[in-house]
Ligand binder design. Structure first.
Ligand SMILES: NC(=O)c1ccc[n+]([C@@H]2O[C@H](COP(=O)([O-])OP(=O)(O)OC[C@H]3O[C@@H](n4cnc5c(N)ncnc54)[C@H](O)[C@@H]3O)[C@@H](O)[C@H]2O)c1
Ligand SMILES: O=C/C=C/C=C(\O)C(=O)O
Length: 491
């Protein structure tokens, strides 16, 4: 592990089947969030590099054979990528832990296997798909084909880099498109390996290209403006989604956006707290709270409010914050100084808004070698006013707010009072209430008595400012295909 931690890697661009340097020889550094040591020097894609990547993807799309091979041939190659990911799971997990600062067991046990599954699932799923036939009596016959759209820009954030990239890449490839991928500048390590994984799996050159760089006035913007890119699948902040939509508008690109969240986690008085408390802890603090689906607003019914707070506080204080490579660690550091500044700015806001600090709100005491990492204690506030900024804005760190409520109607009103609508969590043993509340919360995913349980066939995406469109199962296939109807006169 020490060698993994201290080595400084050179991360190149992967264009048209080859790892290449930035044409302007511009490199940026990536740091280990746990220690702030430099772990990689990354080639930044210039406008010319982005152009080459988009043209390579276009050529690979137009000239084939990717688009024209049988579904089974394509799916076999995608499944081979999934197998290679599993063969290399320890290496990928330690790189992800190093780059993002997340606990190694989480990367190894959840994210890397899920990444392989993202590819295998869509390869298998695509093999089950067909077209449609609409006969018009004896005179005409319609049949419908689902054809790939072309070149996709896949842009992903730093919190779950490999998992979220493969979640887009699986359906993109399975439907016969080609891709230009840009991981977040803070966490490019695992995604950069997709080039060699694709090559080993026999994916033709140009089908997968990986470029690196920043967003505005850098690789992200260049690719979303590029005339050879037909569609953009983006996961990240709501404000970035708006910028990308504007840039993509000139060339009328198709977009699919998975954006921010501020999930209500509603605990009714009849909930089983023995389950609700540990899951609410996971929903609040997994990946240091840097999860779009985080249950960051906990709404608790007044009758159980004090008991909930006491037990939740105790459980939060038991979490081990520390070195992500240490097997006992529950919570690593935040990803960067910039993000730490954003998250800790909410401590001041919380004070100004008269929130009550229950626990946390500061750096934990840690060994000397971790002194430069951006660590925070799990932080819990109580706030009576659901309109306060800490109840409304996505903090994206280990900070949750507990809000009391009296009635089901009040809980619903609070749950629906933010601009976001990605997901919500409901804890109740009352079946009717579970359904009633699920129907009335305006969010794309509702988890009842559980959190972050995923079936990849299910639609995934957000209401309101949490997204545009849905991914998952046939929803992903619809985004990555054009439906073509062919009408034939039969005589
Ligand atoms: N809804 C979901 O499924 C989901 C999943 C994970 C994260 N997120 C959201 O992601 C955010 C955290 O991630 P982040 O800080 O990396 O997000 P971000 O929006 O800052 O960056 C995401 C990606 O977009 C790129 N980018 C930034 N500006 C761009 C521009 N103008 N044009 C093109 N590309 C641009 C970045 O370089 C990065 O690769 C949170 O808001 C979180 O809720 C959402
Ligand atoms: O941080 C966000 C988590 C997103 C999860 C998914 O996109 C998924 O499970 O498919």
């Amino acid at each position: 592990m020490t060698e993994v931690k201290t080595k400084v890697r050179e991360v190149k661009l992967f264009i048209d089947g080859e790892y290449v340097c930035s044409s302007e020889n511009s490199l940026f550094e990536v740091k280990n969030p746990a220690t702030q040591e430099v772990i990689a020097k990354v080639h930044e894609a210039s406008r010319e590099d982005v152009d080459r990547a988009c043209l390579a993807a276009r050529r690979a799309f137009e000239q084939g054979p990717w688009r024209t091979m049988t579904v089974q041939e394509r799916s076999n190659k995608i499944r081979r990528m999934a197998e290679i990911i599993i063969e290399r799971k320890e290496e990928l997990a330690s790189l992800e832990a190093l780059d993002v600062g997340k606990p190694y067991p989480v990367a190894l046990g959840f994210e890397i296997p899920r990444s392989a599954h993202n590819l295998k699932f869509f390869a298998d799923f695509m093999e089950q798909q067909g077209g449609e036939v609409y006969p018009m009596g004896e005179d005409f016959l319609n049949y419908t084909r689902y054809e790939p759209v072309g070149v996709a820009a896949l842009i992903t954030p730093w919190n779950l880099p490999f998992m979220l990239t493969t979640w887009k890449l699986g359906p993109c490839l399975a439907t016969g498109n080609t891709a230009v991928i840009k991981p977040a500048e803070a966490t490019p390590l695992t995604v950069s390996l997709l080039g060699e994984i694709a090559k080993e799996a026999g994916i033709p050159d140009g089908v997968i290209n990986v470029i690196h760089g920043y967003g505005g006035n850098s690789a992200g913007e260049f690719m979303t403006a590029h005339s050879e890119v037909d569609m953009i699948s983006f996961t990240g902040e709501t404000s970035t989604g708006k910028a990308i939509m504007k840039t993509g508008a000139d060339t009328l690109k198709k977009v699919s956006f998975e954006l921010g969240g501020k999930a209500a986690n509603i605990i009714f008085e009849d909930a089983n707290l023995d389950k609700a408390i540990p899951e609410s802890i996971r929903a609040a603090f997994m990946n240091s709270g840097q999860v779009c689906l985080a249950g960051s607003r906990i709404l608790v019914q007044r009758r159980i409010f004090n008991e909930f707070i006491e037990r939740f506080k105790k459980a939060a204080e038991e979490l081990v914050v520390g070195d992500p490579q240490d097997a006992l660690t529950n919570m690593g550091p935040l990803v960067s100084e910039e993000h730490y500044q954003k998250v800790t700015s909410y401590f001041e806001i919380a004070k100004l808004e008269n929130s009550t600090l229950i626990t946390g709100g500061k750096r934990p005491n840690l060994p000397e070698y971790l002194k430069d990492g951006y660590y925070l204690e799990p932080t819990v506030y109580v706030q009576e006013d659901p309109k306060a900024r800490i109840c409304q804005e996505e903090i994206f760190g280990p900070v949750v707010t507990i809000i009391p409520f009296d009635t089901e109607d009040e809980a619903l009103q609070i749950a629906n009072s933010t601009d976001y609508g990605l997901n919500a969590v409901i804890w109740t043993d009352n079946l009717q209430r579970a359904h009633r509340v699920s129907h009335s919360v305006r969010a794309g995913t509702i988890w009842v008595n559980c959190w972050f349980v995923r079936d990849l066939r299910a639609p995934f995406g957000g209401y309101k400012k949490s997204g545009v469109g849905r991914e998952g199962g046939h929803h992903s296939l619809e985004f990555f295909t054009e439906a073509k109807n062919i009408c034939i006169a039969l005589h």
